[in-house]
Design a protein. Structure first.
Length: 158
C-alpha cells in the first residue's frame, strides 16, 4: 500500500503521465522519501499539513530529464494549479499558495517571497534536500532552512 493512498487516483494519474522511469532518481521512491522527511521534520516542529504529502507527490512529477531540468518546478506548480482548478486537490487558499510556491521554488527558491519564511514551506524544501545524497550530492548545511535539518547535515545524518 502506497503512502500516497489518500490520493490514489491522483497518484495513478501522475504515474501514468510521468515522463521518466518511475523508479529512477526522481521517481516514486524519492517522493516517498521526501514525504517521510516531511513527517520527521513536522513532528520535530509540531505542525501538520496536507501540503506535505502533496508536495512530496508533485514536486518532481513534471521532470523531463533526471539531470538538468531547471523548469520542472514551474511545470509542477502549473500542474498543481490545474489539479486545484479541476477539484482533484482540495486545500484552503493559504495552503494552495504554500504548495504552489514550494513546488515552483524547490530547486532555486525566491528568497524575497514571504513564503520563504513559512515553516510548512521550509519543511517541504528541506525534506527534498535531505534526500539529495541519492544522486551523489553531499548536502551542505547552509542550503537548509530549518535548524533540525541543518543539525542532521552537520552530524552527517543526511
Amino acid at each position: 500500500m502506497s503512502v500516497f493512498s489518500p490520493y490514489k487516483s491522483l497518484l495513478e494519474e501522475i504515474c501514468d503521465g510521468y515522463k521518466l522511469n518511475l523508479y529512477g532518481a526522481h521517481g516514486i521512491e524519492h517522493w516517498e522519501s521526501v514525504y517521510a522527511n516531511t513527517l520527521m521534520l513536522s513532528k520535530v516542529y509540531g505542525v501538520e499539513s496536507k501540503v506535505f504529502m502533496l508536495f512530496a507527490l508533485l514536486h518532481d512529477s513534471q521532470r523531463l530529464d533526471e539531470d538538468d531540468d531547471f523548469e520542472h518546478g514551474i511545470r509542477a506548480a502549473k500542474k498543481v494549479k490545474s489539479y486545484l482548478e479541476e477539484g482533484k486537490i482540495i486545500l484552503d487558499a493559504y495552503d494552495q499558495t504554500r504548495l504552489l510556491y514550494a513546488c515552483a521554488n524547490h530547486t532555486k527558491a525566491n528568497k524575497s517571497d514571504p513564503l520563504y519564511q513559512d515553516l510548512i514551506v521550509q519543511i517541504c524544501l528541506d525534506a527534498d534536500k535531505l534526500d539529495i545524497g541519492r544522486v551523489g550530492v553531499i548536502p551542505e548545511k547552509s542550503h537548509f532552512l530549518t535548524p533540525h535539518a541543518q543539525m542532521l547535515v552537520e552530524q552527517g545524518l543526511a
